[in-house]
Design a protein around this ligand. Sequence first.
Ligand code: FAD
Length: 497
Amino acid sequence: MMKNFIKKVVIVGGGTAGWIAAALLSKLMGNALTIELVESDAIGTIGVGEATIPPIRHLNEALGIDEADFMRETGATIKLAIKFEGWHRPGQDYFHAFGAVGQDFAFCPFHHFWLRAQQTNIHSELWDYNLNYQCIQANKFAPVSTKDPNLEVPYAYHFDASRYALYLRRYAEQRGVKRVEGMVEQVQRDTTSGDIAQLILKDGTVLAGDLFLDCSGLRGLLIHETLGTAFEDWSHWLPCDRAVAVPSEPLTAALAYTRSIAHPMGWQWRIPLQHRNGNGLVYSSRHCSDDEAAHQLLTQLDSTATDEPRLIRFTTGRRVENWRHNVVAIGLSSGFLEPLESTSIHLIQSAVVRLLKLFSRQRIEPATVAEYNRQSALELEQIRDFIILHYHANQRVNDPFWDELRHMKIPNSLAQKIHLFQQTGALFKTQDELFVESSWLQVLIGQGVVPQDYHPMADQVTEAQLRSLLNNMKKIKQAPLQQMLDYREFLARINNK
Ligand code: FAD
């Protein structure tokens, strides 16, 4: 019988990336692998990352984690949407809510009927037909069990990522993952293959392995500092390169969404957790000094700061190869877009799942590495385009930061998507794309990109039928609210379970 070639996996880094990788690998391949994780208390973790997107629930389900227990332990709240405040122009807000907008008819997406209605003086908000938005308006929530995707309430969490990492650490250690505390000081490579052979820690401990996961954060200790893998810089499209973050007292109002507030030189997040509010200002250092950013942040909090503001520097872009030799970069070491659509923790999850799917008992095949890198690049480029859309389609005229973004040359893939939508109202998600049509629709309309036309199939109904179709759709979307709890009551029940 063929023996497994990869018997020992060494994970460098104990941030969210390292512990998600350790938890999933130990759960799903624990019998076949020895797993060691090294992390340095002296270096610590990046310490931010509070908002997630719905697939996080698949991760927790795959791990068999109890939702109420997880929410209590990580101070989690429910996230149904992101509210973008002033992104299109100052004073105008819109939501990117998870879940379907309306319900598609045969081959004609719902929004074409809505577009026709707007041109026929039957005015309504696009978000009237989204259940998550209705939950937010009514301040209600309950997980809905349905097979109808139009009546689902897809939700994610806001949580304390450091507590989540600790939670997963306990989980992984119970499943045999060995944690080593210490600083990696030297990395030794096999002189023939160039693969990483072993790590030497400051205290002399030697960690040898067959496969190394570089979860060492932005520095990329193995993938970059050791193997020299190049970085593709995307800061000409995504120029924010700093963030200043500070926690503040928890809010009295319970909000089930992230707030993203446009500023003259970037944007501010406000994330309500159970035990605190998370706040940060993401900005471009060409347009704002660090002192000014910290001042802006501290003067625009909803509650009293509970710590000193912390500065984080980053460059948007990606590692050209996420897998090289026997090193797979996961988390910030593999690249970083920016936190606007809360995608980084998801990208960790999807990287580990991709690795698991491509795991083989044989030697590491070049074809495996190539496929891993192809999928990783495509995934990140698709998300990149979606994030650029938020910045580019703005009418914040006379703010130099926003003027530059409005006038910049965008990737062709994004330009084509916007053009098609503007001309015809047509929207297509590309293969395996994370953000589906309803996400693109809300951000396009919210950012003021309105199609000139709608699909002729939307003309197949009379004006009276169109009016009743829209009224009925709104009622259908509002009906599940009656079975739901007040959102505060939902949180209280979770804490008492
Ligand atoms: P880190 O947390 O930096 O961990 C690196 C680990 O490597 C640490 O344990 C460190 O000790 C260890 N290490 C490094 N060098 C050595 C060494 N020599 N020896 C031993 N150990 C070493 N993501 C989201 O999904 N949602 C968000 O809302 C969100 N907000 C963000 C806001 C900002 C401003 C930023 C910058 C990021 C945000 N992210 C967000 C991204 C998120 O924080 C990260 O993706 C996530 O925390 C994973 O980080 P990591 O584990 O890759 O790196």
